[in-house]
Design a protein around this ligand. Structure first.
Ligand code: PLP
Length: 432
């Protein structure tokens, strides 16, 4: 695991070819490593807490395919269940019993969800929930927060964090002004700004959508009283509160951030973990609101592959594994051990850092100041993060290739994995 033995010849060949075939050589922008420099590695296979690239280098993985792999990659029970389901076909385009099973599990787990609709991605879930907010309230305007990401739909591509931030695009060309004209933004953790927006737009705001714990401007937790304050403000103004728990759902607690913080929104979006590594998203919430969704009600939303048995099976199996006693205690403990170790080593080696974790989600910024919002996050030393990322990669630790992404652990990560990661971090941070 030394840098001298680090060879990525095959990755480089494949990525060079990919760049001629697909924009930037990737199917999703952050994978191209633009913000950390250097070439991305091309994966061959994943198992448990590990990745192997096409040159057969092994890495400890802290991305977990951006969240879904919370039980560890290619968990044998998930794979076995998928094999069995596969024999019966991949998609029905018709009702299946598996949808009921996953729906019941989601409804039981997530405090706000009384009814749920399955879709194929987090983006899709957020697009649909926005339409539902507007349909239910008869109002057009919404409030989102700077640095929060709710998928790539036009209406949300305003100050949208990670991918967009990483590329330095404040907005995206191709998004018409009319699409974002009703999207109001406020700094995260700033209740006064939200209050002002409600005051300036009386009876016009359909609702507030946010990441209850931010993962898309790096890892940022809500200040004490922020979520409660939003709950109160939305109620006072006849607006809906929507938690985008695509990342935090089943990750920072089985019932997501709403369980952890005891604040119940009206609607919730889910994705990532509930698909167990297959493409799934979902939105759900109060029965009276969800009853507006077609065919129960007039708000149209549909999907050819939605609720397909393969995706439902991976989700069901993953949630079953998460229900076992001790899972969140393990996630909590190893993630704390990792981040506390990283912060300590960074400080000892003379770097100003700040960071933290909540269950299986963590983050560290290269700034000595506290980070409460996206503007604070941007004070991080991005060049240093890039060198840190590369150093870790070359020594067998795969971190998210952007300062503005959260890190993820899984049930497969062991104390030995954390110890090895910290030893590698010590070597890298000493040399920065
Ligand atoms: C990943 C993510 C999305 C988008 O989900 P996709 O499945 O990538 O479309 C939306 N919201 C949040 C909070 C996310 O982390």
């Amino acid at each position: 695991m030394t840098t001298t033995s680090f060879k990525t010849t095959r990755s480089e060949e494949i990525f060079a070819a990919a760049q001629k075939l697909m924009p930037g050589g990737v199917s999703s922008p952050v994978r191209a490593f633009k913000s950390v420099g250097g070439q991305p590695i091309v994966f061959d296979r994943v198992k448990g807490a590990y990745i192997w690239d096409v040159d057969d280098n092994q890495y400890i993985d802290y991305v977990g395919t951006w969240g879904p792999a919370i039980c560890g990659h290619a968990h044998p029970e998930v794979i076995a269940a998928l094999h069995e389901t596969l024999e019966k076909g991949t998609s029905f385009g018709a009702p299946s019993a598996q949808e009921n099973v996953l729906a019941e599990m989601v409804i039981e787990a997530v405090p706000s969800i009384e009814m749920v609709r399955f879709v194929n991605s987090g983006t899709e879930a957020c697009m649909a929930v926005l339409r539902l907010m507007r349909a239910f309230t008869g109002r057009d305007k919404i409030i989102k927060f700077e640095g929060c990401y709710h998928g790539h739909a036009d209406m949300f591509l305003v100050k949208a964090g990670s991918g967009v931030a990483t590329l330095g695009l404040p907005d995206s060309p191709g998004v018409p002004k009319s699409a974002t004209a009703s999207t109001l933004t406020a700094p995260y953790n700033d209740l006064e700004a939200v209050k002002q927006l409600f005051a300036d737009n009386p009876d016009e705001i359909a609702g507030v959508i946010l990441e209850p714990v931010v993962g898309n401007s790096g890892f940022i937790i809500p200040d004490a009283g922020f979520l409660e304050g939003l709950r109160l403000l939305t109620q006072e103004n006849g607006a809906l509160l929507v938690f985008d728990e695509v990342m935090t759902g089943f990750r920072i607690a089985y019932g997501g951030a709403q369980e952890k913080f005891g604040v119940t929104p009206d609607l919730t979006t889910l994705g990532k973990v509930i698909g167990g590594g297959l493409p799934v998203g979902a939105y759900g919430g109060r029965k009276d609101i969800m009853s507006m969704v077609a065919p129960a009600g007039p708000m149209y939303q549909a999907g050819t592959l939605s609720g397909n048995p393969l995706a439902m099976t991976a989700g069901i199996k993953t949630l079953e594994l998460l229900q076992k006693p001790g899972t969140y205690e393990h996630l909590d403990r190893i993630t704390k051990k990792l981040i506390e170790g990283l912060l300590q080593i960074a400080t000892q080696t003379g770097h100003a850092v700040t960071g933290g974790s909540l269950s299986a989600m963590f983050g560290m910024f290269f700034t000595g100041e506290e980070v409460h919002n996206y503007d604070d996050a941007k004070k991080s030393d991005l060049a240093k993060f890039g060198r840190f990322h590369r150093g870790m990669l070359e020594r067998g630790v795969y971190l998210a290739p952007s300062q503005f992404e959260a890190g993820f652990t899984s049930l497969a990560h062991t104390d030995e994995d954390i110890d090895r990661t910290l030893a590698v971090a010590k070597e890298v941070l000493s040399g920065l």
